[in-house]
Structures are given as structure tokens and as C-alpha cells.
Design a protein around this ligand. Structure first.
Ligand code: PEP
Ligand code: MG
Length: 325
């Protein structure tokens, strides 16, 4: 079976009936790249840059960040690389940054909210990204967008930094896509509005499930509510993909659900374009998708979404694919 999977390393990902999707990898550091390349990823779908800021005593400088982003883009050899701007707050803290103490950090000053409240911190990262952009196919992604004004403000700061770099004769790529994570239910529900102003979406199901179910993703007492195939989650995913399609945007997914073998057939049917997962899941996912008919799964996904529960939907998928958990 290993040898069989290895044969898929350099192949693009097609369903049995010739529908193309992209399988990308999630990374947290430069050290993860070796596995990404060994497992035949078609790109990086999520680079969690907060790890550059963690486990140290000071903020990383623009130069230091620039070198890391450049290195990742070069190693990926012009394959798409989605770099997510700082997603700190919630459960991830920076000891050297004095943040207000909050009684509900996951509902507080997190991710893009924090970056917009500390524009100098954000601008440093944006400049590093813009400077690195000429070394590959960079896509910049903002986390935790809830309302369109946040996206506009983030883009405004990015444009300002771009203009400053132009004034300093520093080259910036003219093909950078700007996208957002869809991980707040409000963003999923208003995805049609966001799709007018973002080049792409990536659905962050770890947080989307947490916020939709009102169940802390770290709390084992409520872990039974982590239900990626619950109708509420699948309906949100369908809504996001349909909204994006109407504006001609592509949609990826970078939460754990993207690598879940029971969810993958449904996501293929719903029209997800890019699946981003841990490197080790890529080849098994590619083998699975090759066995699936996209045409069939458009109908099956439709049928599945009319079933009432997570349990029944998972059983339905397993029966159709002939697999068992
Ligand atoms: C997510 O929320 O699904 C996600 C991919 O981001 P993180 O797990 O880093 O919050
Ligand atoms: Mg998240």
C-alpha cells in the first residue's frame, strides 16, 4: 500500500471522472517543508505564521520574517503558498506582548482583530510578505474575519505598505491574491458580501465548528459537539462555496475536516477546490479522490445534507464509499 501511494507523489489530483482539485499542506514552520515535498503537496494551503512569534522573547523583525517567507516560497518552487497573517490570541499567547486579560479570549481580541488594533505590528508582517512575494506564488490570508470592514481595513494597510515599498524602489509581485479564512459563522452566512472583496476563501473548520456549536475546541467535556459532518456545518460549507462561485472565487479548506476521509467525498461533491491538510494525509486523500466520481457525489452530497444528524450522514458516506470507520 505504501508503494502504491508513493506512485501518486508527482501526480495532480483528479476524481475518477476527471474533476481536478488541489491537495495542499498545512505548515507551522520551515522545518515542515521536507514532509510537504516528500508527500507530493500541490502547494501550501496554510502557513500558520504565529509560530514565528512564539517561543521567544521579542517580536520577529521584518528582515527575519522576510527571510522565512522567501525561503518557503523558493522551496515550493512557484507552487501556490497561502501565508496566513498572525493569528494570536485565543489559546495562543505571546508572553512578551502585554495583551488585555479577557474573560473569553476566543471571543476577544484575536487574530486580525488584534492586528488591526496594533497596526505597527501588522504592517511589519505585511511588508515582509510583500517583499517576499517576488520569490514565488504568494497568497496572503487574513484569519478570523467576521465583517467586511475588517477585510477592507486589512487591505488598506496592505496597499499603504505596497505604495511605500514602491517609493523605495522595492519590487513586489503584481499577482498576489488576497483571501480570508471563513471560520466565524457570521462570515459564512454573509460570504456573498465577502466574496465581492476577497480573491479566495479558506474554510477554517476547527474554529467554524467551535463557534457554530458554541463548544470550546480545547474542552474535552464538550468534545462530542465537534461534528464536522453535522448538517449545520455542511450547510455553511455549501453556502460559502456557492457564494464564492457566483463571484468566480475559489474556496479551500484548511481545518482538520479537509483531511477527514469521511468528509472528503462530501466536500468533493459540494465543489471544494482546494483541500489543505497535514502532509501525511495527502497521499491517502489523493488515492481516495481518484476512486470517487464527482458526478455521483454531487447527488450524494445533496442527499446527505437532507439527513438529520452527524451520525446518519457519516453512515451514509461510509455506505456509499464502502468504507468503515
Ligand atoms: C481553523 O480554525 O480551522 C484553522 C485552520 O486555523 P487554526 O486551527 O490555526 O485556528
Ligand atoms: Mg482558526
Amino acid at each position: 500500500r505504501r508503494a502504491e501511494l508513493r506512485r501518486l507523489i508527482d501526480q495532480p489530483t483528479y476524481s475518477r471522472d476527471g474533476h481536478r482539485v488541489e491537495l495542499a499542506a498545512n505548515i507551522g514552520s520551515v522545518e515542515d517543508l521536507q514532509k510537504v515535498l516528500e508527500n507530493g503537496a500541490e502547494g501550501v494551503g496554510l502557513f500558520r505564521t504565529e509560530f514565528l512569534y512564539m517561543g521567544r522573547n521579542t517580536l520577529p523583525s521584518e528582515e527575519e520574517q522576510f527571510r522565512v517567507y522567501k525561503h518557503v516560497l523558493e522551496r515550493m518552487n512557484d507552487k501556490p503558498v497561502v501565508i496566513r497573517t498572525l493569528d494570536i490570541g485565543g489559546d495562543k499567547e505571546l508572553p512578551y506582548m502585554k495583551l488585555p486579560s479577557e474573560s473569553n479570549p476566543f471571543l476577544g481580541l484575536r487574530a486580525v482583530r488584534l492586528c488591526l488594533s496594533q497596526p505597527e505590528l501588522f504592517r511589519t508582517q505585511l511588508r515582509a510578505l510583500l517583499r517576499a512575494s517576488v520569490f514565488g506564488q504568494l497568497k496572503i490570508m487574513f484569519p478570523m474575519i467576521a465583517v467586511v470592514e475588517e477585510l477592507r481595513e486589512a487591505k488598506r494597510l496592505l496597499e499603504e505598505e505596497k505604495a511605500k515599498l514602491a517609493g523605495e524602489q522595492i519590487a513586489v509581485s503584481d499577482r498576489i491574491e488576497i483571501g480570508i479564512m471563513i471560520e466565524v459563522p457570521a462570515a459564512a452566512l454573509a460570504a456573498d458580501e465577502l466574496a465581492k472583496e476577497a480573491d479566495f476563501f479558506s474554510i477554517g473548520t476547527n474554529d467554524l465548528i467551535q463557534y457554530t456549536m458554541a463548544a470550546d475546541r480545547m474542552n474535552e467535556n464538550v468534545s462530542y459537539l465537534y461534528q464536522p459532518c453535522h448538517p449545520s456545518i455542511l450547510r455553511l460549507v455549501r453556502m460559502v462555496i456557492q457564494a464564492a462561485e457566483r463571484e468566480g472565487r475559489w474556496v479551500g479548506m484548511c481545518g482538520e475536516m479537509a483531511g477527514d476521509e469521511t468528509a472528503i467525498p462530501l466536500l468533493l461533491g459540494l465543489g471544494l477546490h482546494e483541500f489543505s491538510m497535514s502532509a501525511g494525509s495527502i497521499l491517502p486523500a489523493r488515492a481516495l479522490i481518484q476512486r470517487l466520481s464527482r458526478r455521483e457525489w454531487i447527488d450524494f452530497a445533496d442527499q446527505a445534507l437532507s439527513l438529520g444528524s452527524h451520525q446518519r450522514i457519516r453512515e451514509f458516506v461510509q455506505q456509499k464509499t464502502g468504507s468503515e470507520e
